[in-house]
Structure formats: structure tokens, C-alpha cells
Design a protein around this ligand. Structure first.
Ligand SMILES: Nc1nc2c(c(=O)[nH]1)N[C@H]1C(S)=C(S)[C@@H](COP(=O)(O)O)O[C@H]1N2
Ligand SMILES: [Mo]
Length: 331
């Protein structure tokens, strides 16, 4: 991730997909669109792929799923301090392994049915139940927040999200007092998600946070972006957004919110425990085993900027970790 060769017509994907490169190190063969040779080249950071290649791989771009306008009062407690990433970039440069381990998966994701949708509250809750997404939307306090998104692959975006505090969802779920963690499970439907036929992943995509983290006001559930409902490639109809943590924590297309007293083992932790842990808080001083985290590329621009500890949100979140210095907080 330290290679910054890029020209205007190239998509930043040309610089590798390091999360999936963990597989190469595990000696696992890879099939799929690129084939093993293409993957090797990309993992080595050698491949350059013009934007048009995405169209060639998938044919003509799919008809985009229609999105509904969605607006909410702007919350100005969280100042992005950066230009908003152009919508085109934020909605065509994605990580969503259920569809593909290429960043150019937006066309593949268009067919995903996201309406109607329901979410299950499971585990240590007063009443395990299912709630329709539409009913949830009637009860949640919507707001717009512009926050920075930092992927562990050292790229970043600034996105105007629409959604509600995770705390509001937790309250609705009525967790028991004995619950210590909240888990987030993504949809796993191989009929809709072509990336799932890849043999080495342990689906469904799962993530988790502590109850204290879930209660922090910065923890957010996004249901929209750029004044509209979420596009499928960004996690429609609802996804987690934790701006102080690396992006892999932000599970998409949530179907289950669980409560447990045992620390959950997440999708990436299962795959490469030496690289991806539970806490995954952003810290420029703690390199990933295979690359530096000191800087980040701002998608949609040619800028590379220094990374900030807690992704710059320390005043809101750092105190939660005061008693946890022995934990591996930054991986
Ligand atoms: N279900 C699911 N959620 C996921 C992922 C994924 O592959 N599957 N990728 C994660 C990673 S690594 C990142 S950086 C963000 C990317 O979100 P974006 O595509 O909306 O920018 O989604 C996260 N959520
Ligand atoms: Mo990521």
C-alpha cells in the first residue's frame, strides 16, 4: 500500500486489494474473475487497471437500482475537515466480498433485493423477534453526518451518511443486562451474491463491538448516503458505520443484531487472526503486518494525507479504552 502510481483514468484499485491478499499468504489458490495469475499481479501491486476494465469484466454497467430520496437534519458535532468524496467514487469503489474481491462490484450488486427487508434481534434479548426495516425506519431518529471512513487498506473516503445512532437500535432490541457484546450479521445469500462461491471464506460476514462501544454516540447505523437510500453496493438497506475503526468493522446488509456475553470472532479474524483483530481502532503508529498505516489515499483525488489516531475522533472515543491498554486495540 505504499505504492502511489496513479493516473487520472486509473481506478485506485490498481494498487491492490490487501485484505484478500491474506489468502495468498495462506497458500490458497484463488478462482474468480481474475484467476490466480491476475491475483498475484494485483497482490504484488504491479497491475494497473483502467476504469474501463470494470465495464469489460462485467459487460455493460447494470441498470442501477432506483434509490429513494432521503434527507435528515444535519448533525454538525462531527466535522469531517475534508472535502466530501464524489458520490461516483464512493459508490463504485467498494469492498463487498459476498459479491467479489474486486472493488468494481457495483454492477454485480444491483440485482440484490433489498425491499422488503427485516432484521432479527437474537441472543441475550428480552424478546427475540424480527422487525421489518420499514417499521424500524418509523421509530429511529434520522440524522445526516459527514464522517471519515478509513479502510485498513490505507484508503479513505468522506461520506455524508444518513442514519441513526446505533444506541437507538440497541435500545429497541432490549438487551439483557448480562449482554457484553453486540454482533452484526450480514446477509449471506449465494443465489444473489456470486462472490460467495469462493471456498475459503466463512460466511456470513460477522462483526461485533462491546456494549460500551455500541452506546457511544459516534457509533452509527447508515441507511442512506448522499441524500438517498443506500445503494446495494454500499450495504443497503442498512450497514454499520464506526468512524474511529477500520472499515472492515462496518458490516453491510444487516440481517441480524445479536447480543452475547462472549467476544465474537469476526469474519476477517477467522481468516487471518494475525492481521485482523476485534478492536481494529485506527492508529497510524501501528502498521498492518504487511504495510504501513501512517498515511491514507483519499479516493477520488490524488491526495495522500497522514492518518490520525482514532481516525481523528479521539475526543469522542478514546476514553472508552482507558482501562484496556493490554488489549490489541489497533489491529
Ligand atoms: N458484508 C460485508 N460488509 C463489509 C465488507 C464485506 O466484504 N462484506 N467489507 C468491509 C470493508 S473492508 C470496508 S472498507 C467497507 C467498505 O464500505 P463501502 O464499500 O461502502 O465504502 O465495508 C465493510 N463491510
Ligand atoms: Mo476495508
Amino acid at each position: 500500500m505504499h505504492v502511489h502510481r496513479r493516473r487520472g483514468w486509473e481506478i485506485p484499485e490498481s494498487e491492490a486489494t490487501p485484505e484478500s491478499a491474506a489468502l495468498a499468504r495462506h497458500g490458497l489458490a484463488r478462482r474468480g474473475l481474475l484467476g490466480a495469475a491476475g491475483f498475484g499481479a494485483i497482490a504484488a501491486g504491479l497491475a494497473t487497471r483502467p476504469a474501463e476494465a470494470a465495464w469489460n469484466l462485467f459487460g455493460a454497467p447494470a441498470k442501477l437500482q432506483p434509490l429513494k430520496p432521503l434527507t435528515a437534519k444535519h448533525d454538525d458535532r462531527y466535522v469531517a475537515g475534508r472535502a466530501i468524496t464524489p458520490e461516483m467514487n464512493a459508490t463504485t469503489y467498494n469492498n463487498y466480498y459476498e459479491f467479489s474481491d474486486s472493488k468494481n462490484l457495483y454492477a454485480l450488486a444491483q440485482a440484490l433485493p433489498v425491499d422488503p427487508w427485516s432484521i432479527e434481534f437474537t441472543g441475550m434479548v428480552a424478546r427475540p423477534r424480527k422487525i421489518a426495516f420499514d417499521d424500524l425506519m418509523k421509530q429511529m431518529p434520522l440524522e445526516e453526518r459527514v464522517t471519515r471512513h478509513r479502510c485498513v487498506e490505507a484508503w479513505a473516503m468522506t461520506v455524508p451518511w444518513i442514519g441513526f445512532p446505533l444506541a437507538a437500535l440497541v435500545k429497541l432490541a432490549e438487551p439483557l443486562g448480562s449482554a457484553r457484546y453486540v454482533t452484526f450479521t450480514s446477509l449471506a445469500d449465494p443465489k444473489q451474491m456470486p462472490g460467495m462461491d469462493s471456498p475459503f471464506y466463512t460466511w456470513p460476514y460477522l462483526e461485533g463491538v462491546t456494549m460500551a462501544e455500541a452506546a457511544n454516540d459516534l457509533a452509527f447505523i447508515s441507511v442512506g448516503m448522499y441524500g438517498k437510500t443506500l445503494p446495494p453496493q454500499n450495504g443497503a438497506p442498512l450497514r454499520l458505520t464506526l468512524p474511529w475503526k477500520y472499515g472492515f468493522k462496518h458490516a453491510k446488509a444487516l440481517v441480524k443484531i445479536g447480543f452475547t456475553d462472549k467476544r465474537p470472532r469476526s469474519f476477517w479474524e477467522n481468516l487471518a487472526p494475525s492481521e485482523y483483530g476485534f478492536w481494529a481502532n485506527v492508529n497510524p503508529a501501528v502498521p498492518h503486518p504487511r504495510w504501513s498505516q501512517a498515511q491514507e489515499r483519499l479516493i477520488g483525488t490524488s491526495e495522500v494525507v497522514p492518518t490520525q489516531i482514532w481516525n481523528g475522533y479521539g475526543e469522542f472515543v478514546a476514553s472508552m479504552y482507558d482501562g484496556l491498554k493490554k488489549e490489541r486495540l489497533f489491529a
